[in-house]
Design a protein around this ligand. Structure first.
Ligand SMILES: *Cc1c(COP(=O)(O)O)cnc(C)c1O
Length: 488
């Protein structure tokens, strides 16, 4: 029996949740059926009207027993469904049922990772998972092909004190901010960010937030960072500082991208790492999208050079099939994290810490914090490297298949063979206005969600393929849909 004030945790929690789950699952099915496509039709105004009508009074005097059903149903009806093969605009993945179920447990248990006494097990789980993923990123994982011997789980005690570490974040934006914060604390407040024009917008924004000098933007006309242009930028930054009479050339932090948001391109990491080493610059790699290639034997080599980075952003709510949020910042030298140490007597009193209670406050800038690690842990364990690698390979295969369809079609132009799972294409012999129009028409009619990217001065349609279960027929149908809706 469940009442609106039943609790999710405790001995009665599962009994209260079970009927509510049935309600939620029914409402999800109904909403999706009514929507009948990858997103609701009619555009923003029509969708807003339908949602407002379905919700009615947001805060009625008397509670409404159907609120759970009605609001979930309305939201499902108004959702863009990333599992629909025609929903392929953004790095917005369809979450695994497994990870979503684990996220329910996270909500029910509600551990908060700001102090050990709110999250005794979850804090240990976070330690285990972040160490394992940091080892994966920096190539120090015990073994990639053979399972490690089953040892008692105590990596906190056994890992070398300088083993790489990682923080769980809300995503690439927070990871990039933390990376620049660590750079600032390591090198001083005048550390200058050098990034490609292809970098994610959150990087210059983080520089602004942290009060860093205006970033240096290296042109990336072909979509990836050009090492020659980066070398010139690094040389000229140093020369400028010296001209201004500074004894030191001034610290620089280079941000490279492994999986650009627009085209899914990977900057040439080995060359960039070598330039950073030669110029004494710190290196951050934003692998929010591409980082999961590490799980695939077939694609791991594309990330060669990643392990030279000081910090690496990884987003498992992109390739990784997690519900948002599931971000990580991997940090090669864990001593860099010492600057996040912070004392609040009610969370990590000195005598508690001395008495052996783990101090969690330095693991994030947030205070109350969800155990996003739970769904990640379940996914890694249930699929293994092989299972995750296979999903990565499936979406990369789809991108290649879609690119081949585009390439072979006289009515379309392909930007380039895909590097990961993004395909840029456009109707041939039309201008940018037609490209923008077909995207908006499909969006408004609720028929497909495609992205857009401006690259080499032209506007392209973007298909970001993240559904591992998409079939070749779906891809052909998507292309046909675009063809039939392009204004001529
Ligand atoms: C998506 C993305 C981000 C931002 O990540 P969020 O999880 O949306 O905050 C940063 N960098 C790159 C390259 C991305 O693709």
């Amino acid at each position: 029996m469940s009442t609106p004030s039943s609790l999710a945790s405790g001995p009665e929690g599962p009994h209260a949740l079970r009927p509510l789950l049935d309600t939620v699952l029914d409402a999800l099915s109904e909403g999706a059926r009514v929507r009948g496509g990858p997103l609701p039709s009619g555009g923003p105004e029509a969708v807003a009207v339908r949602l407002r009508d379905a919700i009615g009074d947001v805060l009625p005097d008397q509670g409404d027993p159907d609120a759970l059903h009605d609001i979930v149903r309305a939201l499902a009806e108004g959702a863009a469904d990333p599992s629909d093969p025609f929903c392929a605009a953004h790095l917005h993945c369809p979450p695994l049922a497994l990870a979503t179920a684990a996220d329910l447990a996270a909500s029910a248990l509600n551990p908060s990772l700001d102090s050990w006494d709110q999250a005794p097990g979850a804090s240990e789980l976070e330690g285990l998972v972040t160490e394992a993923l940091a080892a994966e990123v920096f190539g120090t994982a015990a073994s990639r092909s053979t399972p490690p011997p089953k040892a008692p789980a105590a990596p906190n005690a056994t890992a070398a004190p300088s083993a790489p570490s990682a923080l769980i974040t809300t995503g690439g934006t927070e990871s990039n901010q933390l990376a620049l914060l660590l750079a600032r604390e390591a090198h001083g407040a005048d550390v200058r960010l050098v990034h490609g024009a292809n970098a994610h917008h959150s990087l210059p924004r983080a520089a602004w937030l942290l009060g860093l000098p205006e970033p240096v933007v290296v042109p990336a006309p072909a979509g990836a960072l050009d090492p020659a242009a980066l070398g010139e930028a690094l040389t000229s930054c140093a020369a400028q500082r010296l001209r201004r009479g500074s004894a030191q050339p001034g610290a620089l932090v280079v941000a490279a991208t492994a999986g650009t948001t627009d085209a899914g391109l990977i900057d040439p990491l080995p060359e960039i790492a070598a330039l950073c080493a030669a110029h004494g610059a710190r290196l951050h790699v934003d692998a929010a999208y591409g980082g999961a290639l590490l799980f695939s034997d077939r694609y791991r080599d594309r990330l060669t050079g990643l392990d030279a980075a000081d910090t690496v952003t990884l987003d498992l709510h992109k390739l990784g099939w997690q519900p948002v949020a599931a971000g990580l910042l991997a940090v090669r030298d864990p001593h860099d994290l010492a600057v996040l140490h912070h004392r609040a007597d009610y969370l990590n009193a000195e005598d508690d810490t001395e008495a052996g209670l783990p101090d969690l406050l330095g693991r994030s800038l947030r205070t109350s914090r969800r155990p996003d690690v739970l769904k990640i842990a379940v996914t890694l364990k249930a699929l293994g490297r092989t299972g995750l690698g296979r999903l990565v390979e499936q979406v990369c295969d789809h991108a290649r298949e879609f690119a081949a369809l585009v390439h072979d079609h006289p009515g379309f132009e392909l930007y380039a063979p895909p590097t990961i799972s993004t395909v840029l294409f456009r109707p041939a012999h039309t201008g940018d206005a037609a490209v923008a129009a077909v995207r908006r028409r499909l969006l408004t009619e609720g028929r497909a969600v495609l992205g857009r990217a401006r690259i080499d001065g032209r506007l392209w349609l973007k298909a970001t393929l993240l559904n591992p279960h998409t079939r070749p027929d779906d891809l052909a149908a998507l292309l046909k849909l675009v063809e039939g809706n392009t204004p001529r």
